[in-house]
Write a protein of this length. Sequence first.
Length: 71
Amino acid sequence: MKLKTTQSQDTTAASGAVIADRFKLDVPEAAPSAGSKVGVAIALVCSLVSIVLLGATAWMIYQNLDLIQNV
């Protein structure tokens, strides 16, 4: 079984630049962008709907408390 030989790389100080270039360590991270207004509106509506559904579930359990106490 023959192994392919790779090109010889210079193992001096340039090897650090190769690693940094390969993994992009020197590139600063971009600031996270703020969510769009449509996305924020959808998230707000979904959270309000979930709060209403939670309240409705709690109200239904409270109304039927006599039935579920004996279970």
